[in-house]
Ligand binder design. Structure first.
Ligand code: F0G
Length: 353
């Protein structure tokens, strides 16, 4: 990915590139979502779940870890709701650098802890939430013993903006609207930086409105106040005091975008819909952009709505992480499968039942 967009990235020719083949993710046209919006609009899903560690974090991590390796860093550190830690651990392993991850105990999806563990990171679970973990990481970073690879590291944002480049390259122009989940607000900051940079370089003729979605009980930007006890089933975006709050606010204002909230129920419904209607399995946080799209299509009286959208508008929804990372809710819903006799007759009967 770095090689692809070298001219747009803050790198020296000598920098070692620590890559696992991230980026170049599919931009999937969705006829069903397009129909839902109506007015000849086209909806595309940017599936970031197919990155090497299953989330968009890999785009920022390849650059942050490459730069850290160039500087001779010996240890990375991050706070995480799960995906950043999985990605940091993998790229650290690849670079031969050690990695420490600080996680809110009991609030990380199973697959993500498993990833940090298998890539060999030192895992420290705290009795606190993501915001507490990030506060600790910031302090530890100041000692100079560690390189912080959260999105407060500008290299993370610079790497992640390449997702916007890919979208413009593929569509031939920027979309009219870009929808995505918002947690620590690094990604919305990165996309907006990418779109602006491409516009400035005349690679696009317009800029999208950036539309962010937060979970109803973890929505500090929407409510304009720090949330002390954020709660949501979408644990990846369970954040009450986003580090990139100011930058996200600027993106929302400059792009004439908006921030909105969605319920946990609507997130789970959108996750199921996307899997069963489009064959795209995402984690709950990622389904926030789809839940948000439905909200904007359905509620005529919402503060914002797609009901009077310009005909033929193009909408991109980023889905940020793979569904297999967070199987717990779904496993809870699955029924036991009673085995039957291994004969064609029994199997046929079971199919017809
Ligand atoms: N979706 C997923 C799957 C995430 O893991 C995150 C953030 C977001 C959306 C929100 O992105 O923070 O840039 O606004 N996960 C971070 C982590 C906080 O630690 O993995 P954001």
């Amino acid at each position: 990915m770095i090689e692809c967009y070298r001219e747009f990235l803050p790198i020296s020719p000598a920098m070692p590139i620590i890559s696992l083949g991230e980026g170049n993710t599919p931009l999937i046209h969705s006829p069903r979502l397009s129909e839902r919006v109506g007015r000849g609009c086209e909806v595309f899903v940017k599936n970031e779940g197919v990155n090497p560690t299953g989330s968009f974090k890999d785009r920022g991590m390849t650059l942050a870890v490459s730069k850290a390796a160039e500087r001779g860093t010996t240890a990375l550190i991050c706070a995480s709701t799960g995906n950043t830690s999985a990605s940091a651990a993998a790229y650290a392993a690849r670079a031969g650098i050690s990695c420490i991850v600080i996680l809110p105990a009991g609030k990380i999806a199973t697959g993500k802890v498993l990833q940090a563990f298998v890539y060999g990171a030192k895992i420290v679970a705290i009795d606190g939430n993501f915001d507490d973990a990030l506060r600790i990481v910031r302090e530890l970073g100041e000692t100079g013993d560690f390189t912080i690879v959260n999105s407060i590291n500008p290299d993370r944002i610079a790497g992640q903006k390449t997702a916007a480049f890919e979208i413009v390259d593929e569509l031939g122009d920027a979309p009219d609207f870009h929808l995505l989940p918002v947690g620590n607000a690094g990604n919305i900051t990165a996309y907006w930086a990418g779109y602006r940079e491409y516009r400035k370089g005349d690679r696009s003729t317009k800029l999208p409105a950036m539309i962010g979605f937060q979970a109803m009980n973890a929505a500090p930007i929407f409510h304009r106040r720090i949330i002390g006890n954020p709660e949501t089933i979408a644990s990846a975006i369970r954040i009450g005091n986003p580090a990139n709050w100011k930058q996200a606010q600027a993106a929302l204002i400059e792009s004439r975008g908006a921030i909105d909230i969605i319920s946990d129920e609507s997130i789970l419904a959108a996750q199921k819909w996307l899997a069963q209607q489009e064959g795209i399995f995402v984690e709950p946080a990622s389904a926030a952009s789809i839940a948000g799209l439905f909200k904007w299509c359905d509620s005529a009286d919402a503060a914002h709505s797609f009901q009077n959208i310009r005909k033929g508008s193009r909408i991109v929804c980023t889905v940020t992480g793979h569904g297999l990372k967070d199987p717990d809710v779904i496993i809870g819903r699955m029924t036991e499968f009673e085995p039957i006799a291994a004969t064609v007759m029994d199997v046929r009967r079971a199919i017809e039942r």
